[in-house]
Design a protein around this ligand. Structure first.
Ligand code: MG
Ligand code: MG
Length: 327
């Protein structure tokens, strides 16, 4: 890859990961609030929540992130470890990393994630049975490292994404969201413009009609359908990172996760150098360092892998070997 293109990719990848952390930290303050409650609470600043100040139901320190970012980091660490130890994309290493993350008492852990991790610890199984209760957004929120580590290998991206997702979430809508939003992220990392993003968003909603987001219904809960609609609506409505993220988190409900996902996609679109400085300064330095190190390491992992062979073209009529006639 030419040096200029590699630098642009590195800027977009770091923009995505820092954007995820910014959206998580910003949204956590208003998680589970309604838009009306947010407007009343922040009446003194124009009725909008605007700054990374911590607090919220988790009583976070300012600049701290939640499970959206820390589970992503745990997943990314497992991918890097697998690469180092000759066990590339080993799902068991990912499950072990989630278990270690949970044992370290994270600030929060969704019910479905907890149930899946406990199942793994008790039975060693890497996925449970399909479950109607697994249509939350917990597998979607943490998939960024897979998108980076498998750049250039779409089949590998899909295989590893579904494997990591089903450790805790086994539901067709979760799978569709993980793959659909992941492919959108990969398009943005490759430099997709607004028209291409709109076309890809509409194609995703066409493939899975539950994700239709025009007109936007306005729900932003942890149900993966609400999450995907909220993310696609705000990404396509606002070209600017800050405007998109403020509009997203001020919808409340699962604001840290919708914020993390819009931050990830809008951050890939604008690149790290264009992220708002005041929000980067408000993040904890340890978070910025961990995310920066991992983004670079995952890109290096992707670059070190041999390219997968291109898919074989379908046979054309007339090119098949003609059977010999018997003498
Ligand atoms: Mg969270
Ligand atoms: Mg959340």
């Amino acid at each position: 890859m030419p040096a200029e293109a590699a630098a642009a990719l590195q800027d977009r990848a770091l923009g995505a990961y820092l954007g995820l952390a910014i959206g998580d930290a910003l949204g956590a303050t208003v998680e589970f609030m309604t838009p009306r409650e947010i407007a009343a609470h922040f009446a003194g600043q124009g009725g909008m929540h605007r700054h990374i100040v911590g607090g919220g139901w988790l009583k976070l320190p300012a600049g701290q992130v939640t499970d959206d970012t820390t589970m992503s980091l745990a997943l990314g660490d497992a991918l890097l470890r697998g690469h180092r130890e000759g066990r590339p994309f080993d799902t068991r290493l990912i499950a072990d990393a989630f278990a270690a993350w949970w044992r370290a008492r994270p600030v929060d852990c969704g019910n479905t994630c907890r149930r899946g991790i406990l199942r793994y610890l008790q039975h060693g199984s890497l996925q449970g049975e399909p479950n109607e209760g697994d249509a939350g957004n917990g597998a979607l929120m943490r998939n960024l490292p897979v998108a980076l580590a498998t750049l250039g290998d779409d089949a590998g991206f899909e295989r590893v994404s579904v494997a990591q997702a089903r450790i805790t979430h086994h539901h067709a809508l979760s799978d569709a969201a993980v793959l659909g939003i992941g492919h959108l992220l990969r398009a943005l990392l490759a430099g997709a413009d607004a028209a291409a993003v709109a076309a890809a968003s509409d194609a995703l909603a066409e493939r899975q009609p539950a994700f239709r987001f025009r007109p936007y219904r306005g729900r932003a809960s942890a149900y993966v359908v609400d999450t995907v609609q909220t993310v696609l609506h705000h990404l396509n409505t606002h070209a600017d990172f800050e405007t998109a993220l403020l509009a997203t988190v001020n919808r409340g409900e699962d604001a840290d996760t919708t914020g993390a996902l819009v931050g990830m996609l809008a951050g890939a679109r604008c690149g790290a150098r264009a992220l708002p400085r005041h929000w980067l300064r408000q993040l904890l330095p340890a978070v910025v360092q961990a995310v920066t190190r991992q983004a670079d390491a995952l890109l290096a992992l992707a670059a070190s892998r041999p390219s997968p062979p291109p898919p074989a073209p379908p046979p054309r009529p007339g090119t098949l070997p003609v059977p010999h006639a018997c003498p």
